[in-house]
Ligand binder design. Structure first.
Ligand SMILES: N[C@@H](CCC(=O)N[C@@H](CS)C(=O)NCC(=O)O)C(=O)O
Length: 380
């Protein structure tokens, strides 16, 4: 929270839009400063004396210019919602196409706007050839980055502006018939944008009532942090519950309770799903319904089976824990996390994190030699 992030932009600039999108996806709080490019501010001239252009990012007094460079800087500084893939080849490809957009597609788009007659026909032809290259790259994926929005999706957002301009002027050059994949991608981005505009305005009030050793509070805290949602934390004394806790959770009178714009949500797993449905950043649940069902199954398994072991006879509990760890071990095999093995980001099953302290105890007592579980538990 001590971080100071200022973003100088201009509402109509597609380059500024890149930075805005990245900041929102990553859930980074920032101060926005709208620039009047006909009368540039001393701040812009001071921090971007070479190009004197927006966007410009000023992070703790250090300035970063050029939209694509800003995206990389944000990605290297904040780990929420990674924009570039951990795979070097995928990173190289994303950078290649972003460069292609800026150096080829963009000049063609300028030609399109500024030409008439034969010149325009030629520009349309060139534009269509370039779009085909991007359409091929996007085929079979939801986003250029795969299952979620990444660096290249952000770099290509200027196609949205182009599409919207076409809708307004009636000059439809980028049609669903000719470019079905890009068209669908545009619709997806427009829908998402509405959601995260609504979801990331600083006017949102999010409070978490928790208790520091509670694994259930920890689930919600982790989810809020992974999603980059700013929130106010209220520590509860469970031996002397606050009137607010009793008001917001009159049925169970337990923590955690999430209060979002005065609406209380209780039960940690219910809260996780609520957060996931309201904030697009860092999705927890997989998109595939079967994978979602599996994640929910394991979360329920953890709560109903593993969670109740403390009350049983110690020896029985340890034996049962070993069997259950074996089941979890099989589910975890070949993956880094229960979900999202491909990008090394904990997903919905990061709920399992709260198992960590319990499992560590069982693990140590039994000296279980289960390497995979030990890596997951951070004991390797
Ligand atoms: N390559 C730069 C392009 C930035 C750019 O062209 N910004 C325009 C606004 S869209 C600007 O600030 N123009 C002011 C000027 O040229 O004086 C980037 O990616 O950030």
């Amino acid at each position: 929270m001590a971080e100071e992030v200022k973003f100088l932009g201009m509402w109509a600039s597609p380059f500024s839009r890149r930075v805005e999108l990245a900041l929102k996806l990553k859930g980074i709080p920032y101060e926005y400063i709208e620039e009047d490019l006909s009368n540039k501010s001393p701040l812009l001239l001071k921090y971007n004396p070479i190009h004197k252009k927006v966007p410009l990012l000023v992070h703790n007094q250090k300035s970063v210019a050029e939209s694509l460079i800003i995206l990389e800087y944000l990605d290297e500084t904040w780990e929420t919602h990674p924009l570039l893939s951990p795979d070097p080849y995928e990173r190289a490809k994303a950078r290649f196409y972003a460069k292609f957009i800026d150096e080829k597609l963009l000049p063609t788009m300028s030609k399109l706007v500024g030409s008439t007659g034969e010149g325009k026909e030629q520009a349309i032809e060139e534009f269509h050839q370039q779009l085909t290259i991007l359409e091929d790259e996007l085929k079979g994926k939801q986003f250029f980055a795969g299952r979620r929005m990444g660096y290249l999706d952000i770099a290509a957002n200027l196609l949205l502006l182009f599409h919207m301009a076409g809708e307004i002027t009636g000059e439809k050059i980028l049609t669903a018939e000719k470019f079905p994949v890009i068209h669908e991608w545009i619709e997806r981005l427009m829908k998402m944008d509405v959601t995260f505009k609504a979801a990331t305005t600083m006017a949102e009030e999010v409070k978490l009532f928790g208790m520091w050793p509670s694994p259930f509070s920890r689930r919600v805290e982790l989810a809020l942090k992974l999603k980059g949602i700013p929130y106010e934390y209220m520590e509860e004394d469970l031996s002397n519950k606050s009137p607010l806790l009793l008001k917001y959770n009159p049925i169970h009178k337990k923590v955690p309770v999430l209060v979002h714009d005065e609406k209380p949500v209780t039960e940690s797993l219910v809260i996780l799903e609520y957060l996931d449905e309201n904030w697009e950043t860092h999705p927890f649940l997989p998109q595939d319904p079967y994978e979602r069902a599996k994640a929910r199954f394991w979360a329920k398994f953890i709560d109903e089976k593993l969670g109740h072991m403390a009350g049983k006879e110690k020896e029985d509990a340890i034996e049962e824990a070993q069997q259950q760890l074996k089941i979890m071990e099989d589910e975890l095999k070949g993956k880094q996390f229960f979900c999202r093995a491909e990008n090394r980001v904990p997903g919905h099953c990061c709920k399992c994190f709260d198992l960590v302290s319990y499992c560590r105890r069982v693990y140590r007592r039994n000296n279980t030699n289960r390497r995979q579980v030990s890596i997951y538990l951070g004991m390797d």
